[in-house]
Ligand binder design. Structure first.
Ligand SMILES: C[S@@+](CC[C@H](N)C(=O)[O-])C[C@H]1O[C@@H](n2cnc3c(N)ncnc32)[C@H](O)[C@@H]1O
Length: 286
């Protein structure tokens, strides 16, 4: 796998990689394990299947996929999350699960048609150059295989779309040409990107679906994990602090987390809506 490291001599820093290595997504992933298992249970994973988990983090979906007997490769741009994933695989005794560094926008080290299933839960949506991402996911999928993406939906009133929206309001405007990750949550855009990769619209299904975050403790505990470890929210707090608005950002987010909590003061449970995109790569693919 090409190493997209920002540290190579003379290489331009990769802001996408820096964003995710700035935080520690493992600290948030703990609240997503149950939902990750539930999602994987819907994917029809069987022993012997080859599965790619793209933007896999520390393996919230990769690990349960491997526990079902698939050969699983987790690819993520953040080296800290790749290391955390490999540690989790070793601790679980899973020799059929490997994590390696890579960029969803360019999977050049992966062969054409090498996976039965490519899954990307809230991962590939954050990669730059979304048309390249769609083309790469289609390329590495076997004819007759599937791609399943989970994408946050712009303007949706539930948790993560609102965190990203509130955070963006406190962050300086992105550079020219930046494409918002949540555009992957718009059905027409999804059809356009996979259409450009050769997938007909009738091979794509988009279904709004719920994903539960669950943590022991009050909503402020879940908010703190985003504030301290989630790159986009960390950047928003840095920017807000520089203009004296960190308290206002915190208050806005806390109101959001408290309003969305369906648990109680001792356990926070928040359901966030995402667009589940399923793509069937035609069997007669040329
Ligand atoms: C919100 S986290 C989701 C992680 C994991 N899929 C899960 O469900 O827990 C987003 C992940 O996408 C990864 N990511 C962001 N840009 C990427 C890119 N260009 N290529 C591969 N992974 C990327 C981040 O490093 C991070 O692990």
């Amino acid at each position: 796998m090409t190493n997209p490291s920002s540290g190579a001599a003379g290489a331009a820093p990769n802001p996408n990689k820096a964003l995710w290595e700035k935080g520690d997504f493992t600290q948030i992933a703990g609240s997503m394990r149950e939902a990750g298992d539930a999602l994987v249970a819907t994917l029809g994973i069987e022993p012997g299947m080859d599965v790619l988990d793209l933007g896999c983090g520390d393996g919230t979906t990769a690990l349960p996929a491997a526990q079902r007997g698939a050969r699983v490769l987790g690819v993520d741009i953040a080296s800290n999350l790749v290391a955390a994933g490999n540690n989790r695989a070793a601790q679980a005794g899973l020799t059929n699960l490997v994590f390696q560094e890579g960029d969803a926008s360019n999977l050049e080290a992966l062969d054409d048609a090498s996976f039965d299933l490519v899954v990307s839960m809230f991962g590939a949506m954050f990669a730059p150059r979304p048309f390249d991402v769609a083309r790469e996911m289609v390329r590495v999928t076997r004819p007759g295989g599937r791609i399943v993406m989970g994408n946050w939906i712009p303007g949706d009133p539930t948790l993560v779309a609102q965190i990203l929206k509130i955070s963006a309001a406190y962050t300086p405007p992105p550079p020219a040409g930046f494409v918002s990750p949540v555009t992957w949550g718009v059905v027409e855009t999804v059809l356009e990107r996979f259409g450009a990769a050769g997938i007909p619209p009738d091979a794509i299904t988009c279904t709004p679906t719920l994903y539960n975050f669950r943590v022991p403790g009050p909503p402020a505990a879940l908010l703190d994990s985003f504030r301290l470890y989630y790159g986009p929210t960390m950047n928003a707090f840095d920017a807000a602090a520089s203009t004296g608005r960190a308290d206002s950002l915190y208050a806005e987010l806390l109101a959001l987390f408290e309003a969305q909590n369906q648990g109680g003061p001792a356990e926070t449970v928040i359901a966030a809506k995402f667009l589940k995109v399923t793509v069937l790569k035609p069997r007669n693919w040329q």
